[in-house]
Design a binder for this molecule. Sequence first.
Ligand code: PLP
Length: 389
Amino acid sequence: TGGQKMKKLSDATLLPQSGIRRMFDLAKNKENTISFVLGEPDFDTPKNVIKAAQKALEEGQTHYTDNSGILPLRQAIARETKKYDHVAYNPENEILVCTGGMEALYLSMATLLDPGDEVLISDPCYANYYGQISMNHGVPVPVPVYEENGFNFTYEGLSKAVTDKTKAILLNSPCNPTGAVAGREVMEDIARVALEHDLYVVYDAVYKHLLYEGEYVNIASLDGMKNRTIYIDSCSKTYAMTGWRIGYLAGPREIVSLMPKLQENVPSCVTTFAQYGAVEAISNGQESIKQMHDQYAERRKALLECIENIEKISCRPPKGAFYAFINIKKTGLGSEEFAERLLNQQGVVVAPGSAFGEQGEGYIRISYATSVETIRKGMERIQKFVESL
Ligand code: PLP
């Protein structure tokens, strides 16, 4: 600033650095490390999707689209959601294509929240929820969830956290970081709280196709819930398309028809040729989903076998996504200390559970979106580390 007096920048800039980013930084200059922190598929985007985007580019699909996205993509989303989620959305005014699930979450908060409104989130949860809520002047209210309940919300836990400022419940299932999946009963309990207290539900289902146990239930399909639910999905995890930045949200017309004007003021629209790739992914992606799912299932099995063989650490089988939330309480180390010492002594990078909230203390998160060979090698090192304690 050259010594000039300058006015203060916004409080949004005070967001803390994420606990995962810190591990990346610590690992940056180390050689021969094995990383279990990446929150994205290690697969490449399916060839048919790449071809569809290339074709769109060659055909001149390089202009702005509608704020809400190209109609064929909204129609493909509507078909998929009807078939898989059993919820019918009108592609004309109940679906908005966004820049990743990330922007769908952000716009949901921008649409629902006035300053000071509270949003119930699980603790632990996807750490970016804190930023998305607070950047929209809302207040994130962590509701502890426990391993004994499969890291799921309970009716009592949620009800206790409701105040007259509560506006919404932000629900993520399958969950990052715990792999928890809210089955029908849990969904019914959450819906009951929402209906009793007149709350909206923002349902982040970006891992919905990565399910290994249990039933997939979209909370919007329950009685009375479509009206008050914003459902969010993304091509990132399902079709290995993280860099394409294609996500979407769907909800009742009364809410979603207000959102294109917000979208207009942020990215205006999502990258046009990427949207054409997404049409192909969603319309013809069944085979790719199955192939990747089978590999994740195999990796999950290998990882759980390795954990089983290590005394002092344990993990309830995660039902979905590609994360294992491992209990390290018996080692006597805090989760950050565990992660840092593991990195320094064995060159394995994991995310400390505390990066996802207070209740994450005593856990580490491992992403198994990597080969079985890497999983076995990394877990051998973790075993050596834990045995040396
Ligand atoms: N929600 C959860 C729970 C996630 O884990 C992620 C990515 O890691 C996202 C949303 C956002 O993904 P994207 O913006 O790539 O769709």
